[in-house]
Design a protein around this ligand. Structure first.
Ligand SMILES: Nc1ncnc2c1ncn2[C@@H]1O[C@H](COP(=O)(O)OP(=O)(O)OP(=O)(O)O)[C@@H](O)[C@H]1O
Length: 402
């Protein structure tokens, strides 16, 4: 849990220094710097902003670097400095470290930002990251495999980009990379698949709470990015010509995806008049209802999509925290020893009162720390209902007051 947070020169946050507790509410007008505070915590945890990839966009104008420092409750301290030339300096307990994953392990952060609706419609990266966030924190072997896979993939893609035809030497080299890719791929898929299986019931439970009308109609599926019945190197070899034409590797774990499906209820199929009738050998007439299946994003309203995104993220926490001890022992490599931090950006503007109450009451029951932003104090009655000693901060032009 973050006990103290210091932020320097991140957007309009000049110097912020605050003590945090289990629940922290930041209230302020538009442009006061609320989201920047969440962005700072996310940056410390993940090494990147959720708003812009380029550091110069979030480093304060006329400054050379933005710095975030947190002291955690187990007296561990973490710091990140992002410089304008994109150099990153990371520190754990005052010592320089060279791998962001070391800080990420100490500070798991979950951003619940229902306004990011493009997550359902856009490319697979953000949906894949959703699964990988869980896998990273629950399967210790995952990260090294993923790093090694990405290194080989980068080499392969840069060769494919340069060449239409490969020499014998290059072909031999490519095949050895493909063998390496295949062995990492099998493990990455295994980790992802096991966590995905464990996640599904938690997702269904969150949907039943947040979108009860769709409880039986929404489901998740995981696509590995390649045919997992055949070794990846065999498939890569078969489609080498196509990859050479494309200039990149079309299949593999880097193409994995999570889909949310909507399935028609029986009644909607009947209304559509799409039921088919057939006669059995015994002469009985059977009515067969076609199952209509669609991407949920094509069916749900804007507000429903926000609830769905909230359910996707919220459902990850109880799984991560091993709320279900029976399940946990079989899927978790090591017990999570740190407190996850949940960042809620402006939920009062994005969700209805019922959803906000479900979200807050669920979070209050879990051993996590919450930072939430709001334009007004309308969220406070619920905060006081579920947390005994919340911190309520007011933000004005980048300055924070308790
Ligand atoms: N690089 C930068 N340097 C200085 N100020 C910046 C920089 N980038 C953005 N800002 C300003 O920082 C302010 C804080 O923005 P932020 O999005 O954190 O506010 P907010 O309180 O979350 O607002 P809203 O409620 O409208 O979402 C804005 O006024 C923005 O113009």
């Amino acid at each position: 849990m973050i006990e103290r947070l210091q932020i320097s020169y991140l957007r309009n946050l000049n110097q912020v220094n605050l003590s945090a507790t289990a629940c922290n509410v930041i209230i302020g007008a538009n442009g006061s710097g609320k989201t920047s505070l969440l962005e700072a915590i996310f940056l410390l945890s993940r090494g990147k902003s959720f708003r812009h990839h380029q550091p110069k966009r979030y480093i304060q104008h006329h400054q050379n670097a933005a710095t975030v420092h947190a002291k955690l409750s187990d007296s561990c301290s973490l710091a990140i400095q992002k410089q304008a030339d994109a150099t990153t300096i990371l520190r754990l307990n005052q010592s320089t470290v060279y791998n962001q994953s070391i800080l990420t392990e100490q500070l798991p952060t979950l951003l619940i930002d229902p306004s990011t609706m493009d997550m359902l419609e856009q490319g697979s990266a953000s949906r894949r990251q959703l699964l990988d966030w869980l896998v990273f924190h629950m399967k210790q072997g995952f990260h090294p495999q993923w790093v090694a896979y990405q290194r080989l993939l980068k080499q392969r893609n840069s060769l494919l980009k340069q060449k239409r035809y490969l020499s014998q030497v290059q072909l031999t080299e490519l095949k050895s990379w493909d063998k390496g890719l295949a062995s990492h791929a099998a493990l990455i898929h295994h980790y992802r698949e096991s966590i995905f299986e464990a996640w599904q019931p938690y997702f269904s439970e969150s949907i039943a709470q947040l979108l009860p009308a769709y409880a039986k109609q929404l489901s998740l599926s995981y696509n590995a990015g390649y045919d997992t019945d055949v070794a990846l190197d065999i498939q890569l070899n078969e489609r080498l010509e196509q990859d050479l034409q494309l200039g990149y590797t079309r299949i593999g774990n880097h193409r994995a995806d999570i889909h949310v499906h909507w399935r028609s209820s029986e009644s909607s199929a009947i209304q559509d008049g799409q039921a088919t009738r057939s006669t059995t050998a015994e002469g009985d007439v059977q009515t067969k209802l076609p199952v209509l299946k669609e991407q949920a994003a094509n069916v749900l309203s804007r507000g429903e999509k926000k609830l769905l995104i909230t359910a996707l993220r919220l459902s990850q926490l109880p799984l991560l925290l091993k709320a279900d001890n029976d399940l946990a022992s079989s899927i978790n490599d090591a017990k999570l020893s740190v407190t996850p931090v949940v960042l809620l950006d402006d939920i009062t503007a994005e969700l209805d009162d019922r959803a906000i109450e479900i979200l807050l009451s669920t979070l209050a029951q879990l051993p996590c720390q919450v930072f939430m932003t709001s334009l007004t104090d309308s969220v406070l009655p619920l905060v006081y209902k579920y947390w005994s000693n919340p911190n309520v901060f007011h933000m004005k032009q980048g300055n924070i007051f308790l």
